[in-house]
Design a protein around this ligand. Structure first.
Ligand code: XMP
Length: 517
């Protein structure tokens, strides 16, 4: 039943804002189907799509700058309801004869709008003041003919504007970000009340759309996909598999720094349940060899990343006729790797995005590129992946290598792996797993004196790291109940030979990072 929804999509014209995808996500949350299209789309192309509504995204430029992104002004003449956001609002106002100028008072961050006229887009909101998120240096100075002011802030006289008869609206604030509590109301009012879009879209529809897109992209080709054991690559593989069946081959590299039982878990899901063509490469010795003598965390990451590419490359070359590489890139990865190119300092190098295909000359299939993590999880459920996999905590690409502080050796890996099993089991048994972002063991490069039985010991130290977080960018250390800590501690000491001390990390992020390396 996807066709009727796609036959009248909401089109989001992308002027280059970092939040364009977030707008798409908010629209999905309203159970409405949308598509992101470049700002260069012509009015004729738009008309052909019969959109139910158009949203103009924000963008980083100034509309009056030379070379600033513009759209085809005839789009505003199609009789389709339009909502312009920030830059989109300014572009529309200017295109219709208004003016945009540098604001005397720029607004970045929290602001308060006062709604003047309770028109359709503010229908569910009481009159008065509402907090919103602003991010602009320019603003609409003179309204175009036909428009009236719908809301203002102390420094922005045209924080919302509209031409009700023609269903053209603009807001200077960002309704798509969480810092605008009324954002959902505004978007819903625009799409449902003004544009009359039905709220019928379901996550299941994404499966159908993605499958169709993958089939179109791959044609008669063959796809290779690296599984990491995590959610993103698993959902990617399941989607591609649904689209092209046994023309997908998955590769799982056992790099020797995986958690306990990982290879078996991956086999169970992908071979036993999904019947996929899975190649498990035992590269444990190769990786350990590369890690010999290395203690610097970034050097560990680099070597593991490079070795992974080498192993994966070699394995893919043995497959015949491969044309495409499927990757589980998510939207936040795209954003992060883009902003990583900027001046912001690299805290830790992640190898998730764009790391693989350079040498391989394969075309990329990235079916999750527009989705957010929680949406990917929902998609995974829809595809029938086991809940235990979908709800899994994130696990870093460099694996246990960055949880063994100092040199990574086979015996030290065995210690941290065994300690990790205890942490996982106890957190799970106590029913704490769902509320936790990550909980794991770290092997410190510290020995200390202890006493066991009648004897003196001088052994290793394990730190327990447990954090809650929304997105991994910031985190709070988690307060584990005493009895859980008690069991973790005594089980590690008793069961993991070579460890005689367990400590708890009570550092939030910032200032600490989640991983110790
Ligand atoms: P940090 O330690 O930077 O971690 O606070 C934030 C999140 O990212 C994970 N992490 C990594 N993931 N490659 C990855 O794929 C890496 O090199 C890496 N380093 C950290 C970490 O587990 C946490 O979820």
């Amino acid at each position: 039943m996807a066709a009727p929804l796609e036959s009248q999509p909401v089109l989001i014209l992308d002027f280059g804002s970092q939040t364009s995808q977030l707008i798409a996500r908010r629209v999905r949350e309203l159970r409405i189907y949308s598509e992101l299209v470049p700002h260069t789309v012509t009015a004729a192309e738009v008309r052909k799509r019969h959109p139910a509504a158009i949203i103009l995204s924000g963008g980083p430029a100034s509309v009056y700058q030379e070379g600033a992104p513009t759209a085809d002004p005839d789009i505003l003449e199609l009789g389709i309801p339009v909502l312009g956001i920030c830059y989109g609002c300014q572009w529309m106002a200017r295109a219709l004869g208004g003016t945009v100028e540098r604001a005397a008072h720029r607004e970045f961050g929290r602001a308060e709008i006062e709604i003047r006229e309770s028109v359709e887009i503010f229908a569910t909101l009481g009159p008065g003041k509402h907090p919103v998120w602003m991010s602009h240096g320019d603003q609409v100075e003179k309204l175009p003919r036909g428009f009236t002011v719908l809301a203002h802030t102390p420094t922005c006289p045209h924080a919302a504007l509209g031409w009700r008869a023609r269903k053209l609206y603009g807001v200077q604030f960002h309704p798509e970000v969480v810092h605008t509590p009324i954002g959902r109301d505004v978007l819903e009012s625009f799409l449902v009340r003004v544009a009359g879009v039905p709220q019928q879209w379901r996550m299941a529809d994404i499966v159908g759309q993605s499958v169709a897109r993958i089939r179109e992209q791959v044609g008669e080709g063959r796809v290779v996909c690296a599984l990491s054991g995590g959610v993103d690559s698993a959902v990617t593989a399941a989607l591609v598999h649904r689209a092209i069946g046994d023309r997908l081959t998955c590769v799982f590299v056992d790099n020797g720094v995986l958690r306990h039982g990982e290879v078996e878990r991956v086999r169970q899901v992908f071979v036993d349940a999904f019947r996929m063509d899975l190649r498990v490469v035992d590269a444990r010795d190769r990786f350990l060899d590369k890690l010999k003598g290395v203690t610097d965390p970034e050097e560990k990451r680099k070597r593991i990343g490079a070795e992974f590419i080498a192993v994966f490359d070699a394995e893919s070359e043995r497959l015949s006729g491969v044309t495409h590489l499927a990757q589980g890139t998510l939207y936040p990865d795209v954003i992060e790797s883009v902003s990583n190119k900027g001046p912001s300092a690299v805290i830790k190098t992640h190898h998730n995005v764009g790391g693989l295909p350079k040498k391989m000359k394969l075309k990329l299939v990235e079916p999750l590129r527009e989705l957010f993590k929680d949406e990917v999880r929902a998609l995974g459920e829809e595809l029938g992946l086991p809940r235990s996999l979908i709800r899994r905590q994130p696990f870093p690409g460099p694996g246990l290598a960055i949880r063994v502080l100092g040199e990574v050796t086979a015996p030290r890996l065995a210690l941290v792996r065994a300690a990790d099993v205890v942490v996982q089991e106890e957190i799970e048994a106590a029913g704490l797993a769902e509320g936790m972002w990550q909980a794991f063991a770290v092997l410190l490069p510290v020995r200390s004196v202890g006493v066991m039985g009648d004897g003196r010991t001088y052994e290793e130290t394990v730190a327990i790291r447990a954090v809650t977080s929304e997105d991994g960018m910031t985190a709070d250390w988690a307060w584990l109940p005493r009895d859980v800590l008690d069991r973790i501690s005594s089980r590690i000491i008793n069961q993991v030979r070579g460890v005689n001390r367990v400590v708890m990390d009570i550092t939030s992020k910032p200032p600490g990072t989640i991983e110790w390396e």
